[in-house]
Design a binder for this molecule. Structure first.
Ligand SMILES: O=c1ccn([C@@H]2O[C@H](COP(=O)(O)O)[C@@H](O)[C@H]2O)c(=O)[nH]1
Length: 272
C-alpha cells in the first residue's frame, strides 16, 4: 500500500489507529483454548470487531514464534484472513529484524513477499546495507526503530554522537538511502514531546507510534506534537484493546475500546 492510499484510508475511516495483535495464550479467554487454533480464533474475533475503527493491524512476531510451528501457522492464517476479508487494511509485521545484507534479504522475503505484509519493523543498528534489502519492494515499507517507547531508549538512542542524538542521526542518515520514501519510523508514544524535533527532520513521513494505553502514552500528546498536514501517524495500542475483557464478549469490548480511540482521532483530524 502506498503512502497516499494509506492516507486516503485514514481520512475515509477518520482513524489512524493500529491494533496490536500480541496474542498471549495465558491472557485470552480460556474457552478459546479448546479450539483447533486458539490464536487465529482470537485474532479473527478481534479483527471482525475492530476493523471498522482502525486502519492497520500489527502482530508482534514474538508472540507467534513463542508457539513454534503452530504460532507461524496462526500468523499466516491471520494475514491471509486480513487480505481476503479486509484488503484495504494496512499490515505491519513487528519483527524488528536486520542483519548483513544477504540475511536481511531473506527476512524481507519472508515478511513482505511470502507472508505479504505491507511493512516490517527493522532495527537500524547494522546500518544501510542491513536495511536497504527491506526497501526493494514497491508499495511496501520498512519501519525503522528510531526512538522507542521503553526506558532503555535513553541508554543509547538519546545519546549524542558528534553533537547529534543517535535517534536523530538514524532518521537523518537513513533519509539519504536508496528508496528512502519507503521508510517509516517507530517513535514511542511515551516520548511524544520529542516529536516536535523529529518533525523538523521529517515533516511528512509516517510514524508508527506504539505505547498508547498500557505503557501510559497519551494520544492527545502524540497528536499535539506529531500530526503532520497529511496526518503521518499510525498510533498503535495492543493490550489495552485486545485484553480489555476475558469474558465471552471480549471481542465486542475490544471493539468498544477501539471505537473510543477512533472517536478521539476523528476529533483530532477534524481540527487539522
Ligand atoms: O518502541 C516500541 C516498539 C515496539 N513496541 C511494540 O508495540 C506493542 C505495544 O503494545 P502495548 O500492549 O500497547 O503496550 C508491542 O508489540 C511492543 O512490542 C513498543 O511497545 N515500543
Amino acid at each position: 500500500m502506498s503512502n497516499q492510499e494509506l492516507t486516503e484510508q485514514i481520512l475515509k475511516k477518520k482513524s489512524f489507529l493500529c491494533v496490536g495483535l500480541d496474542v498471549d495464550l495465558e491472557k485470552i479467554p480460556t474457552y478459546l483454548l479448546s479450539e483447533e487454533d486458539p490464536i487465529f480464533s482470537f485474532n479473527k474475533a478481534i479483527i471482525d470487531a475492530t476493523h471498522k475503527f482502525c486502519v492497520a493491524y500489527k502482530p508482534n512476531i514474538a508472540f507467534y514464534e513463542a508457539n513454534g510451528i503452530d504460532g507461524w501457522k496462526a500468523l499466516e492464517k491471520t494475514i491471509n484472513y486480513l487480505h481476503q476479508e479486509y484488503p484495504e487494511i494496512y499490515s505491519i509485521a513487528d519483527a524488528k529484524r536486520g542483519d548483513i545484507g544477504n540475511t536481511s534479504r531473506m527476512y524481507a522475503k519472508t515478511f513482505l513477499k511470502d507472508l505479504g505484509f505491507d511493512s516490517v519493523t527493522v532495527a537500524p543498528y547494522m546500518g544501510k546495507d542491513s536495511v536497504e534489502p527491506f526497501l526493494e519492494f514497491e508499495n511496501k515499507h520498512a519501519i525503522l526503530l528510531a526512538l522507542t517507547s521503553n526506558e532503555g531508549a535513553f541508554d543509547f538512542q538519546t545519546q549524542k554522537i558528534d553533537g547529534e542524538e543517535l535517534y536523530k542521526k538514524v532518521i537523518r542518515v537513513s533519509q539519504t538511502w536508496e528508496n528512502a520514501d519507503r521508510l517509516m519510523y517507530v517513535i514511542g508514544a511515551t516520548k511524544a514531546e520529542f516529536l516536535t524535533e523529529i518533525r523538523k527532520i521529517i515533516p511528512e513521513n509516517f510514524l508508527l507510534v506504539p505505547g498508547v494505553g498500557t505503557q501510559g502514552g497519551k494520544l492527545e500528546d502524540v497528536c499535539k506534537y506529531g500530526l503532520s498536514k497529511n496526518v503521518g501517524l499510525l498510533v498503535n495500542s495492543s493490550r489495552k484493546i485486545i485484553y480489555a475483557s476475558e469474558s465471552s464478549n471480549f471481542a465486542e469490548i475490544a471493539g468498544a475500546k477501539a471505537e473510543i480511540l477512533q472517536r478521539q482521532m476523528a476529533e483530532e483530524l477534524r481540527q487539522l
